[in-house]
Design a protein around this ligand. Structure first.
Ligand SMILES: [Zn+2]
Length: 196
């Protein structure tokens, strides 16, 4: 009988796995976006100020906290896009009061899940706001969930317009060779003004 229990061999695998550097909330840049500002709360949860990486001329900005559901992509007054200084102010004031603990970055959805999310949002937008121009900018508030760039969003919109013209109409853009403008169609039963 052994008098002393043997010490177990040390496990060569660490109890945690190191993430690739780009997946830390402090440094994460979601696909298709630029992140000019980040604010940490006192528990090191991160609030991002971001814009589309493709929207470099007159970018509109959005704010999202990685620790809690807070996000903003429209100015409360006038329901218009956010300028960078407005987004920075919202993010700073959110981070100063948010008590969320630091969370890992959200998982990137597969193509089918991202497409389903985009189309669900498209229908919601048209139900709330009626027929309207649709472009990647209107999905700015969903980009941390989508994790796709503007080109991917435009491709899905084009396929949707071809498959479901009752939902979305596409016409060649006079501004960009090979580009399209998209128009959401009125959804039956939605509370939209008829002009009658
Ligand atoms: Zn928060």
């Amino acid at each position: 009988m052994a008098l002393f229990a043997r010490c177990p061999k040390p496990d060569p695998t660490p109890a945690y796995e190191l993430l690739p550097q780009e997946l830390y909330p402090e440094t994460w840049t979601p696909e298709g976006l630029s992140v000019p500002w980040r604010f940490g709360n006192r528990h090191l949860s991160v609030t991002l100020v971001y814009a589309s990486a493709d929207d470099t001329r007159y970018p509109s900005y959005a704010v999202a906290c990685l620790g809690c559901p807070y996000k903003a992509s429209r100015a409360l007054s006038g329901d218009r896009i956010l300028r960078q200084d407005e987004a920075v102010e919202l993010a700073n004031s959110h981070a100063s009061t948010c008590n969320a603990l630091g969370n890992p970055v959200p998982e990137r959805p597969d193509d089918e899940s991202a497409r389903t999310l985009l189309l669900k949002r498209l229908v919601e937008l048209q139900q709330v706001r009626g027929a309207r121009p649709i472009n990647p900018e209107v999905f700015l508030g969903d980009r941390l969930e989508l994790q796709r760039d503007d080109t991917w969003i435009r491709d899905v919109l084009l396929h949707t317009a071809e498959a479901s013209p009752e939902l979305l109409r596409a016409e060649p853009s006079p501004y960009a060779e090979g580009g399209f403008l998209f128009h959401g169609q009125p959804i039956l039963g939605a509370d939209t003004p008829t002009g009658a």
